[in-house]
Design a protein around this ligand. Structure first.
Ligand SMILES: Nc1ncnc2c1ncn2[C@@H]1O[C@H](COP(=O)(O)OP(=O)(O)OP(=O)(O)O)[C@@H](O)[C@H]1O
Length: 448
C-alpha cells in the first residue's frame, strides 16, 4: 500500500533531522528540475521549512538540451511563486566534450556551487529507485565495492573553485556571500522514499511536474537500466533488494577505507615535492586490497585526477613495484627505492601547463602559488632548464626526477622562484589539493 501524504512529510522531517542534526542552517538550497522527484521534494521541503522557519532558495539548471527545458524551469518558478520561495534559473550549454549526462551532472553541481553564495546545504531529490538503478548500472560496468556503494544521505563535496558565475547565466535571485566561506554539503532527504510514493504524494496534493522523455529513451543508459529493473522486479529482485545491497556495499567500503587510512598512518609519508612515500617492507606486508587502494589513491592524489586508475593497469603497476621495479600511470611515476616506494608527478604530464601568479586557478590542479613580488609572472614546471638555472641557489635535497615537476615562477625564459628548492623570494607555494584543503593525503583517503 502506498503511504499517504502525512507519513511522507513525517519521513522527510526525520530524514532532515538525521542529516542536519540540531543546528539547522537558516537558509537551504533546493535543486529542482521540474521532474516528479524534485517537485515532490519542493512541496515536502516547503511544509518542513514552514515549521522550522527555514528559508528555501530554489534553483533549476536549464541545460538547453531539450526544447522543453525552458518550460520546465518556468513550471518550477511558477510553483515557487505560489509557495513564496525565491527561484533562480541557471543556464548551461554543453561544449560537446565527454559524456553528455556526466557533463550535465557535473556542470549542475558546479553552477549551483558558484551561485550559492554563503549557503552550505543543497538538497537533491535522489530516491531509493535512483540507488537501485545506479547499483545495477555499476554492476553492469563491472564496478568493485566502491562503485557499488549506495549514495549517502549526506555528502561533503569538493570545493567548486573560485571562478565567478557569469551573470548572463543566472536568471533570478542570488544568495548573499558569507563572511567566512563554507564547504558545500549535499543532502538527500528522499533517499529512503520510492519514486512511486513521491508521485502519489504529488497527485494527492494536485501538484504539477514534467515527465522527462529521456527517462524512457533507450539511447540513454539510465532508461535502459530502468527497464531492466522493471523486468527484475517482476522476478522478485526489486529495487528494495538492490538498494539494500548497495547500502551493505557502502558499509564494506567504509571498513576497507578505514584499513587504508590505518595503513597509511603506519607506513606512509608525504614527501617534500608533492610526492608520497611508503616504507617498502611494511607496504609489502599489507593485504592486497589495501595495497591497491593506497596505490590508487596515491596516483589520484598526485595527479589530481577525478577517477581511479583502471584495475588492470593498477594491478600491473603494483606488481612491478612489489618486485622492485618502476612504472608510470595516469601522469604519475612510481618506483621502488632501497627501502621505500615513491609516487610522484611525471614531468611529461605537467610540461607546458601554466597559470599566472595570483590567479585563483591552481597549478596542476593542486598547487597554489602566491608571490606578492612576482604577481603576473608565469607558473610552470621547473623542467631541465629550471633545474640548470636553479643549480647555484639550490638548497633542499630534492632528487632530480622529482624536482622537474615542481611548480616554479618564470619571467620569460628566466627562473625567478622555486620554493621547494629554496630559490627566489620566500616560501609561498602550498599544496592545496581542491577538496582536501590542507587535510593532506589522509584527508583525501578519508573522503575517497
Ligand atoms: N536540471 C536540474 N536543475 C536542478 N536540479 C536538478 C536538475 N536535474 C537534476 N536535479 C537534481 O538532482 C537530482 C537527481 O538528478 P536526476 O537527474 O538523477 O533526477 P531524476 O531522478 O530525474 O529526478 P527529477 O524527477 O527530480 O528530475 C534531482 O532529483 C534534482 O534534485
Amino acid at each position: 500500500m502506498t503511504p499517504g501524504a502525512d507519513s511522507l512529510d513525517q519521513r522527510f522531517a526525520e530524514a532532515m533531522g538525521a542529516a542536519l542534526g540540531p543546528d539547522f542552517p537558516s537558509d537551504i538550497v533546493l535543486a529542482v528540475s521540474g521532474g516528479g522527484d524534485s517537485m515532490a521534494m519542493l512541496t515536502l521541503a516547503h511544509n518542513w521549512a514552514h515549521v522550522w522557519g527555514t528559508r528555501l532558495w530554489v534553483v533549476t539548471v536549464d541545460h538547453g538540451l531539450r526544447p522543453e527545458a525552458g518550460n520546465e524551469a518556468a513550471l518550477v518558478r511558477e510553483t515557487c511563486d505560489e509557495l513564496g520561495h525565491p527561484h533562480t534559473t541557471l543556464r548551461w550549454r554543453w561544449d560537446g566534450q565527454g559524456n553528455l549526462m556526466d557533463a550535465a551532472r557535473r556542470a549542475r553541481l558546479d553552477l549551483i556551487g558558484r551561485w550559492r553564495g554563503g549557503l552550505s546545504h543543497v538538497l537533491l531529490a535522489h530516491t531509493r529507485d535512483d540507488v537501485a538503478e545506479t547499483f545495477l548500472m555499476r554492476l553492469a560496468r563491472g564496478s568493485g565495492v566502491d562503485g557499488l556503494s549506495a549514495m549517502t544521505p549526506l555528502r561533503e563535496v569538493a570545493e567548486t573553485g573560485a571562478t565567478p558565475l557569469d551573470p548572463e547565466a543566472c536568471d533570478g535571485a542570488r544568495p548573499p556571500e558569507a563572511a567566512v566561506p563554507s564547504g558545500l554539503t549535499i543532502v538527500r532527504p528522499c533517499l529512503d522514499m520510492r519514486r512511486a510514493e513521491l508521485r502519489h504524494y504529488l497527485r494527492v496534493l494536485k501538484g504539477r511536474w514534467v515527465e522527462d522523455p529521456t527517462n524512457e529513451d533507450d539511447h540513454y543508459e539510465r532508461a535502459r537500466i530502468r527497464k531492466l529493473l522493471r523486468g527484475l522486479e517482476a522476478e522478485g529482485l526489486g529495487a528494495e533488494t538492490l538498494a539494500a545491497t548497495a547500502g551493505r556495499m557502502g558499509r564494506a567500503r567504509e571498513a576497507l577505507r578505514a584499513r587504508a587510512v590505518w595503513a597509511w598512518e603506519q607506513c606512509g609519508q608525504e614527501g617534500g615535492a608533492g610526492d608520497l612515500v611508503f616504507e617498502r617492507d611494511r607496504f609489502a606486508a599489507l593485504e592486497r586490497d589495501t595495497q591497491l587502494r593506497l596505490l590508487a589513491a596515491a596516483l589520484q592524489w598526485v595527479a589530481s585526477a577525478e577517477y581511479r586508475p583502471r584495475a588492470a593497469a593498477l594491478e600491473g603497476l603494483l606488481e612491478r613495484l612489489l618486485s622492485g621495479g618502476a612504472g608510470t600511470l595516469m601522469g604519475c611515476a612510481a618506483r621502488a627505492e632501497r627501502d621505500r616506494l615513491r609516487v610522484w608527478r611525471e614531468y611529461a604530464a605537467v610540461a607546458g601547463t601554466s597559470v599566472t601568479v595570483g590567479d585563483t586557478a591552481l597549478w596542476d590542479g593542486r598547487w597554489r602559488v602566491f608571490h606578492p613580488d612576482l604577481r603576473g609572472h608565469t607558473v610552470q614546471a621547473l623542467g631541465e632548464e629550471g633545474w640548470r638555472q636553479a643549480a647555484p641557489a639550490r638548497e633542499a635535497h630534492v632528487p632530480h626526477a622529482l624536482a622537474l615537476c615542481l611548480p616554479s615562477v618564470w619571467q620569460g625564459e628566466t627562473l625567478r622562484a622555486c620554493d621547494a628548492l629554496g630559490v627566489g623570494p620566500g616560501a609561498t607555494t602550498t599544496l592545496e589539493q581542491g577538496e582536501t584543503q590542507g587535510a593532506g593525503f589522509k584527508g583525501f583517503l578519508l573522503s575517497h
